[in-house]
Write a protein that binds this ligand. Structure first.
Ligand code: GLU
Length: 509
């Protein structure tokens, strides 16, 4: 690579960043890291009508949460700034003028009403109105009007836009790293507006000028921008600039595989589509996902390492990522896989940190439910160690462990019917005395004691262990029963057995 690798993520602050946008940012970031390049964040806010307050901050917070940090961008000027297009306003006009003087662009004076009329008229005839070679001389612009008339209109401050003069009867060859060569017949292109009557450039013009001025070497962006590629290439040619390399990433599809994943799918299908919460939409962070999990599943949406490996840290991804392994076809979004990743990264979390966070949740639960919850750091840590394997999110901890903290007062009905036999109360009373005679109440010791007793009595495990779990836990769930008993302690275990015997016998099941 001769040119320094410089890539950019160029979102428009029109709302929250969709998860697809995060993937685009991630692939740019990974490409930059892999090639020792720079990752730039540029805010494309030329469309004032679509500007949404707070969106830029949201984008930056989201990237930071994911660990996709930019080398250059708003607040981090490395000599190519400003990085907000609204702050670069003064730059664009001269380039539009340059295209006019080169005969590559022209002034168009058509009013909105006139254009709407043409659109409607075409629609009624089952056609689409395209402003280009086949009708531009019939419309109101500097190509159809005389020089004098054009000048008079410009002098009188008439509203106008600057349009690109797309070439007629040419075949252009476009290169895309992921898609290969794409051939386009220029006759299908419309004369896109480059500069608007409000004095602002459109996305197309500002985008390529900034990519040129910021010395962007590779443009990695979503497939939805592929239809703009021809115009962009023609603009680079018109200016006489060398175009960057292009790579258009595959779409992210709905879990069914049919149709593009949209911002609204989150609410409809019940999984987040935004990294952070936005209004009423819950983000990945708030839903309990770790950034490592989000990064990992996004990396594999459209890219594969060429091996069976599925687990990658951001650093590992930076070492192995390549555009050659990005595929063309849409990438199906799989919400179950995202959970699988989260489960994996939950197991990797620092146990002390998990414990601290769970302790603070326990405090809240105790306060809001007016219950006393006795929770020592070391005990809670042991509980976390026992249950985390079953958890996908930290928020699952309470449901998986509430019985450690609160003795059951009711017992799963179905399980009670199934497990409670005539001799169960008697058996469990005997287990209670075995436990009572133990000096050390550690899981191993309890396990030996109870199992030896079962053996000596000639009982079956099935007669003892399931009802014992039922009375200790309240239901047929939870981790190793001896570990549970060791943690809740001898007295509490015996109390639970006794209370259950009374409750269940009284209820005559
Ligand atoms: N502002 C465009 C967007 O919102 C940038 C597209 C591009 O990367 O060229 O995605």
């Amino acid at each position: 690579m001769s040119k320094k690798c410089r890539v950019r993520f160029a979102p428009s602050p029109t709302g929250p960043l969709h998860i697809g946008g995060v993937r685009t940012a991630l692939f740019n970031y990974l490409y930059a890291k892999k090639h020792g390049g720079d990752f730039i964040l540029r805010i494309e806010d030329t469309d004032q009508n679509r500007y949404v307050e707070g969106a830029e901050e949201y984008i930056i917070n989201s990237l930071n949460w994911c660990g996709i940090t930019f080398d250059e961008g708003p607040g981090k000027d490395k000599g190519f700034g400003p990085y907000r297009q609204s702050e670069r306003k003064h730059l664009y006009r001269q380039y539009a003028d340059e295209l006019i003087s080169k005969g590559k662009a022209y002034y168009a004076f058509d009013t909105q009403e006139e254009l709407n009329f043409h659109r409607k008229d075409h629609e009624e005839k089952g056609k689409t109105f395209i402003y280009n070679w086949h009708n531009r001389l019939k419309l109101t612009n500097s190509l159809s009007l005389s020089k004098e008339e054009t000048q008079t209109r410009l002098n009188s401050n008439a509203d106008y836009v600057i349009r690109f003069l797309s070439p007629k009867d040419e075949t252009i060859k476009l290169q895309d790293t992921i898609r290969g060569e794409i051939t386009i017949d220029t006759n299908i292109l419309d004369d896109k507006v480059l500069f608007k009557s409000d004095g602002m450039p459109t996305y197309h013009l500002a985008n390529i000028i900034d990519d040129h001025l910021m010395q962007i070497s590779h443009i990695i962006r979503g497939e939805e921008w592929l239809p703009s590629l021809a115009l962009h290439q023609l603009l680079y040619d018109a200016f006489g600039w060398q175009a960057p390399e292009f790579a258009h990433l595959p779409l992210i599809m709905k879990p069914t595989g049919k149709g593009k994943l949209s911002k609204r799918d989150g609410e409809k299908l019940g999984f987040p589509v935004f990294p952070l919460s936005w209004g009423a939409s819950v983000g990945y962070k708030e839903a309990g996902y770790y950034p490592e999990a989000v990064i990992n599943f996004l990396a594999l949406l459209g890219w594969n390492p060429g091996t069976e490996q599925e687990l990658f840290s951001l650093q590992e991804l930076s070492a192995v990522f390549s555009l050659e392994r990005v595929h063309k076809g849409g990438a199906r979004f799989d919400p179950d896989k995202t959970k699988w990743y989260n489960h994996h990264y939950l197991q990797q979390q620092d146990e002390d940190e998990l414990t601290k966070r769970f302790l603070s949740k326990l405090k809240t639960i105790a306060a809001t439910s007016n219950t006393e919850i006795d929770a020592e750091f070391n005990d809670v840590k042991k509980i976390v160690q026992l249950i985390k394997e079953r958890a996908t999110f930290e928020a699952d901890f309470w449901e998986l462990s509430d019985f450690f903290f609160i003795a059951p007062t009711a017992y799963d009905e179905k399980a009670t019917k199934k497990q409670w036999k005539e001799d169960t109360a008697d058996i469990l009373n005997q287990v209670a005395s075995i436990l009572d005679n133990m000096d050390d109440f550690e899981a191993e010791i309890i396990s030996h004691g109870v199992k030896d007793w079962i053996g000596n009595e000639g009982l079956s495990f099935g007669k003892v262990m399931p009802p014992l779990r039922l009375v200790i836990v309240g239901a047929m769930k939870g981790p190793d029963l001896f570990q549970i008993m060791a943690l809740i302690g001898k007295n509490a275990s015996i109390e639970r057995i006794k209370r259950a015997i009374t409750t269940i016998t009284d209820s005559n099941i």
